[in-house]
Design a protein around this ligand. Structure first.
Ligand code: AP5
Length: 222
């Protein structure tokens, strides 16, 4: 029997390392990375109506309203590549209503990864973060510096990556995290995100390989 592709959610405070781990996970497991924040930033970049509205909330570190986010994410998860290869959903759901909407569309995850990082570390991570607009790769001036001068020269910073804005984003995270966690207790793994990125990935890798083995065994293909 064919083994169903994996469906995974990754969650954690701002700058807990979701995007960084998603790069490592997709490299190894071939899942389609669907990031709510990246989808929103793409709307902002093209200047669509949704993008203009979304930016107002993103600048305040608040959740963008469901009527923009819910269908945007659902439509991406239902693209043929995500259905065929499985998905890795990053930064969604961030509220009870978003989690309920997924259920309604029958979009269910196999695993919910929660990255745990102490708050005092997060601000430093945000302020030092840089992005490569050419490859989409995430860097940090201290923890994950660019490989070449050429890359260093073209790095950009996100408009919501200031100390002041990250504090607002953290507040929003605290207001919502428990409600979201309560929906996924039975499939949650907590990962210590306060370690070098390869060590964080090693913890996730163990959980994902185990899951794949279990599923192959139950579907009779091992
Ligand atoms: P979003 O883009 O999702 O931002 P976020 O949750 O604040 O998370 P970040 O992208 O800042 O961090 P990350 O965890 O991916 O960390 P990264 O790997 O880059 O959302 C932005 C906004 O969009 C929200 O505020 C909201 O307004 C809106 N939005 C998004 N989703 C929404 C939704 N579902 N509903 C409504 N609104 C929504 O790492 C951070 C830095 O640390 C990097 O520099 C990296 O190099 C470094 N780093 C990573 N791992 C390590 C490590 N192990 N050790 C040292 N440094 C590390």
């Amino acid at each position: 029997a064919k083994v169903e592709p994996l469906k995974v959610m990754i969650s954690g405070a701002p700058a807990s390392g979701k995007g960084t781990q998603c790069e490592l996970i997709t490299d190894k497991y071939g899942l389609v990375h669907v990031s709510a924040g990246d989808l929103l930033r793409a709307e902002v970049a093209v200047g669509s109506e949704n993008g203009k509205r979304a930016k107002e909330f993103m600048q305040k570190g608040q959740l963008v309203p469901d009527e923009i986010v819910v269908l945007m994410v659902k439509n991406r998860l239902m693209q043929p590549d995500a259905i065929e290869k499985g998905w890795l959903l990053d930064g969604y759901p961030r509220s009870l209503s978003q989690a309920t909407a997924l259920q309604k569309f029958n979009l269910k995850a196999d695993l919910f990864i929660l990255l745990e990082v102490p708050e005092e570390i997060l601000v430093e991570r945000v302020v030092g973060r840089r992005l490569d607009p050419v490859t989409g790769k995430i860097y940090h001036l201290k923890y994950s510096p660019p490989e070449t001068e050429e890359i260093a020269a073209r790095l950009t910073q996100r408009f919501d990556d200031t100390e002041e804005k990250v504090k607002l984003r953290l507040q929003t995270h605290h207001n919502n995290v428990e409600a979201v966690l309560s929906m996924y207790r039975d499939i949650t793994i907590k990962v210590n995100g306060n370690a070098p990125k390869d060590q964080v990935f090693a913890q996730i890798d163990v959980a994902l390989s185990k899951l794949i083995e279990q599923r192959a065994a139950t579907s009779g293909s091992l």
